[in-house]
Ligand binder design. Structure first.
Ligand code: ZN
Ligand code: ZN
Length: 431
């Protein structure tokens, strides 16, 4: 069913290679829209940022064409990496009518070869202190438009496997990975093992943890006075183990305020940011509205470290402890620009700085944080591409939840929908 809010016209592709000509197609997508065979259409394409010309009328390409087979097919040259505003008018004699302003984004090769994937890398189920069972959490993740997720219960790896088992044999487009929140003994730092093949929490009972941590502590060399060397060494040990397991080692919520002070001391945060033994920083952690200062501090700290020349991979996570209470779940997530949804590609892309963090507080617009180039692109995607992607995901998420609740018909419907989001992405991409 169409509603009056649906777009009147569709434009494809939306993502095109920079510095090349691409034929863009525009066609009516709504019952109230049409293209007339006897009308001329004037198409003006404005690069929104890098243009030359007077300040009054920025440089634009003008193409005049007619509809063929119900479509306008317009060859346009897209210079540089940026967004383009495409103004289309219908011209009949003296009369002109504006059809709309349509948007396309041109990308340099490295980004053009990647696809944007939405994911949440840190959340809880009722197997630790969350509200719902693991399978429910997974279904709810698809319902809010995620392409990948990992359940990361406190000190527990098994629930993430339970979430995956709940959909065994079901053809799913949501990629689920194992995970856990790692809580080492004698170390206040919270750590996420995202995607690792084995549990790091399970290794703390081994003698080797204490012996190896002591050896690391011994070999650390200089750390500023006051830094808890034992905790730092324990972090190094955990991050190394996560990498050994093939996962992404995430340094969690450094500015989480716990009653009287931050979860870890400023000295330890600084030492970890200096030595960077982790793979990625939780730039946006799962904070309630009353705690948003913690994310503001994390972002400010990140900007300052980056300005000082540091290279910091980032993730945004919900740390949700419930999917149905209207809090945290879906408020913060990561967009990874990756060659595929395979774990190694996602992990590699985050480490190579191809990720941005998104914040969507209730009633507010989405905000993106990270490298300028990716933030600018992500804002385009959030406006022009993700809304339809999310709609497809929502339907699949509802079916996942029905399957989890025992509806035997849901898995067949899911199988019939499989591949839809990937196909949509491919339609959005130019050749
Ligand atoms: Zn935590
Ligand atoms: Zn957590």
């Amino acid at each position: 069913m169409q509603s009056d809010n649906d777009p009147m016209y569709q434009i494809m592709p939306k993502i095109v290679p920079a510095d090349r000509e691409t034929v863009v197609e525009l066609w009516p997508a709504h019952r109230n829209a049409r293209l007339l065979p006897d009308a001329e259409y004037r198409v003006r394409c404005f690069p929104v940022e890098e243009y030359r010309g007077g300040s009054m009328w920025p440089y634009s390409t003008v193409v005049t064409c007619r509809a063929e087979g119900g479509k306008l097919r317009v060859p346009l040259f897209f210079a540089g990496e940026q967004e383009h505003s495409i103004a289309v008018e219908e011209v009949r004699g003296e009369e002109t009518e504006v059809l709309g302003d349509f948007r396309v984004y041109s990308l340099q090769e490295d980004l053009f070869q990647r696809r944007p994937y939405k994911g949440d890398l840190h959340m809880h189920s009722n197997r630790s202190d969350g509200k719902e069972p693991p399978g429910h959490v997974a279904g709810a993740c698809r319902r809010i438009g995620l392409d990948f997720m990992a359940l990361t219960d406190h000190g527990k790896y098994e629930p993430s496997l339970e979430a995956m088992r709940a959909f065994e044999g079901v053809q799913l487009d949501l990629r689920m990975f194992p995970g856990e929140e790692v809580h080492p003994p004698d170390n206040p730092v919270h750590i996420i093992n995202f995607g690792g093949r084995f549990s790091v929490n399970a290794l703390f009972s081994d003698e080797s943890y204490r012996a190896e941590t002591a050896a690391i502590e011994h070999s650390l060399g200089h750390l500023p006075p006051g830094v808890d060397r034992r905790a730092y060494a324990s972090c190094v040990w955990c991050f190394d183990k996560i990498r050994e397991a093939g996962g992404l080692a995430i340094f969690c919520h450094p500015y989480w305020f716990t009653q009287h002070y931050y979860n870890i001391s400023g000295l330890l945060t600084t030492a970890l940011l200096d030595g960077q033994p982790f793979d990625a920083l939780e730039l946006l952690g799962g904070y309630y509205v009353s705690q948003v200062d913690s994310n503001t501090l994390q972002v400010a700290r990140y900007q300052e470290e980056r300005a000082a020349g540091k290279r910091i991979p980032i993730v945004g996570v919900s740390d949700a402890h419930g999917c149905e209470q209207g809090q945290l779940f879906g408020w913060y997530y990561t967009v990874v620009f990756s060659p595929s949804l395979e774990l190694a590609d996602l992990v590699g892309s985050v480490k190579d700085l191809y990720s941005v963090c998104i914040e969507v507080l209730p009633g507010g617009p989405p905000r993106a944080y990270g490298p300028f180039r990716l933030v600018r692109y992500a804002l385009f995607l959030l406006r022009e591409m993700f809304p339809y992607h999310d709609k497809l995901c929502e339907e699949e998420g509802q079916l996942m939840l029905r399957h989890f609740e025992g509806d035997a018909a849901a898995s067949g419907t899911l199988a019939s929908l499989s591949g839809r989001t990937a196909a949509y992405l491919e339609r959005c991409w130019g050749r």
